[in-house]
Structures are given as C-alpha cells and as structure tokens.
Design a protein around this ligand. Structure first.
Ligand code: SF4
Ligand code: SF4
Length: 191
C-alpha cells in the first residue's frame, strides 16, 4: 500500500530479544537523556524572584494617559475599539459639563472605559489607532487572577495616577516616526 506521508512507520511484529524484554537498554537510554539535561543551561527562571529583561517595546498592560495638566486625554472617539481585532474594548461616552475642564481634555470623554484582558492579544492596534495619544501599552505585566471578572479592567486601573511622580512612562513606545506622524495635522487621523 502506498504511504500517504513520509512519516509513517512500518510496524514490525518481530520477537523481542532478552534485553528488550527486561527493558534495561531502554531504561538506560532514558536515564542518559535525563542526566544530560542536568548539565545544560536552564531555559527557565525562578519567577517572581528573578525576572527577565524586557524588550523596550514590550506590549503589556495598557495605560490611559493624562495630559500635562492632569486631564484625561481620551475623548471616547471609539477608534481603539473599532481597531481592536479581539473586540476587547468597550466604552460609554459622556459630555463634559461646565466646570469639568480640569478633568477632561476634550468636550467628550469616556465615562466608562473597559478592556477585557482575557480577550486582549496585546497587538497594540488600539495604541496605533488613537488620535489623542491617550492609550498606550506598557511594560507592566497583567497580574494573574483566580476568577474571570477581575480581568475586565476599568478606568480605576487603566487611567494613570494624577501624582506626577506616579505617572506611567511611555516614552519607549513613542518613536520619533510615530510622534512626527501624530503631530502632522494634515492627516485626518490627527485632527
Ligand atoms: S492591544 Fe490589541 S487586542 Fe488588546 S485591546 Fe488593544 S487592540 Fe485590542
Ligand atoms: S482611540 Fe484614544 S481617544 Fe479614542 S476612545 Fe480610544 S483611547 Fe480614547
């Protein structure tokens, strides 16, 4: 019969030798493989005591940025949610009221902004789509949880703290090329 793949093996039913019957060579071969691993460089680390060095452009937990006056930059335009291939972002917009100019940069803001971290694939498309420099991925790891609900991150987790000392540094993610593109008002994306 013709083989369908070149990986098929013809099974023989030859009689086992004495050594094969007592499995000794097979056990010794297995032990030698195990022993050889003792002398190899470990490919694992003892996290969390040890951590690996992250790439500068590692994409981890998102941050919703504030501007230099501490106002939320997000204007709830929804572009990040539209761009998200995992449909992980949901939001409810609201209109800024008189007297709230110190809280929100634009006339419209996200009253609710949620990212489902279990759906997110950390592709960074939301960051690329944002015309307001409001959402960035950071080098922070999304912490593990025992239940699903805590993985839905709301504004309480996503918006960066007001304290200038505790702001989230995203400078590594703002390459010159991206910054120049986003500053150029001739693109509809940036208006
Ligand atoms: S990183 Fe990608 S998958 Fe995650 S929320 Fe942003 S666009 Fe969606
Ligand atoms: S694209 Fe930016 S400004 Fe628009 S809703 Fe998303 S984070 Fe907010």
């Amino acid at each position: 019969m013709q083989n369908l793949t070149n990986r098929s093996k013809v099974v023989s039913d030859k009689k086992m030798t004495f050594l094969e019957k007592i499995y000794l060579p097979a056990i010794l071969r297995g032990m030698s493989i195990t022993l050889s691993h003792f002398f190899r460089k470990k490919s694992t680390i003892s996290y969390p005591e040890q951590t690996r060095e992250f790439s500068k452009v590692y994409r981890g937990q998102h941050v919703l940025k504030r501007d230099e006056l501490g106002r939320e930059r997000c204007t709830a335009c929804g572009l990040c949610a539209v761009a998200c291939p995992a449909e992980a972002i949901t939001m409810i917009s609201a209109e800024r009221k008189p007297g709230e100019e110190h809280l929100y940069r634009e006339e419209k803001y996200a009253a609710v902004y949620e990212i489902n971290m279990l759906r997110c694939i950390f592709c960074g498309d939301c960051e690329d789509a944002c015309p307001k420099e409001a959402i960035f991925l950071t080098d922070r790891i999304v912490s593990s949880q025992y239940k699903r609900q805590p993985f839905v991150y709301g504004k309480d987790i996503l918006v960066e703290p007001l304290d200038p000392e505790k702001r989230i540094d995203i400078s590594a993610r703002q390459t010159d090329a991206v910054r120049k593109f986003k500053e150029n008002k001739k693109y509809a994306h940036n208006k």
